[in-house]
Design a protein around this ligand. Structure first.
Ligand SMILES: [Zn+2]
Length: 128
C-alpha cells in the first residue's frame, strides 16, 4: 500500500541530488581552470572518469572529474588518470558511490552532450 509513496520519495530524493550536481557543474564550468580542462578533454574526445575517493577516515568523500590516461599501460596497470576538476565533500559514505555517481554521470552527459558515459572509479580503481 505504501509503495507509491516510497517511489515518490525516492524520485524526490533523486531530483534533489540531481539539483545538487547541477550546482556542482555550474561551479566547475565557472571555475577558471576546471571548466576549461573539462571542456578541452571532451573536445579532444578523451574518455571521462569519475573518481569517487576519500583522503582518509576523518574525511568525507570527494569526486574528481578525470580524463583517462593517455600513457601506455604497463604490467596490466591502467595509465594514471589526469585530474580535471576536484570536488570535495560530496558525501559521507563509501556505499553512496554507485547511486551518486550514476546521477552525476547522467547530469554530466546531459550538460556536455557526452557521446560515452563516464566510467566510475572508487579510490582510483575502476568499479567492476
Ligand atoms: Zn579529494
Amino acid at each position: 500500500m505504501s509503495e507509491p509513496d516510497e517511489n515518490a520519495e525516492a524520485r524526490e530524493i533523486e531530483a534533489q541530488i540531481g539539483a545538487f550536481f547541477e550546482r556542482v557543474l555550474d561551479k566547475v564550468d565557472a571555475h577558471p581552470r576546471y571548466g576549461v580542462a573539462v571542456r578541452r578533454a571532451i573536445e579532444e574526445g578523451r574518455e571521462l572518469v569519475l573518481n569517487y575517493h576519500t583522503h582518509g577516515p576523518q574525511h568525507g568523500w570527494c569526486v574528481s572529474i578525470c580524463a583517462a590516461g593517455t600513457g601506455v599501460p604497463l604490467l596490466g596497470l591502467e595509465a594514471p588518470l589526469d585530474e580535471l576538476a576536484h570536488i570535495r565533500g560530496i558525501a559521507r559514505e563509501e556505499s553512496h558511490c554507485d547511486p551518486l555517481m550514476a546521477i552525476f554521470a547522467e547530469r554530466l552527459i546531459r550538460r556536455f552532450t557526452l557521446t560515452a558515459p563516464p566510467r566510475v572509479y572508487l579510490n582510483g580503481a575502476p568499479r567492476v
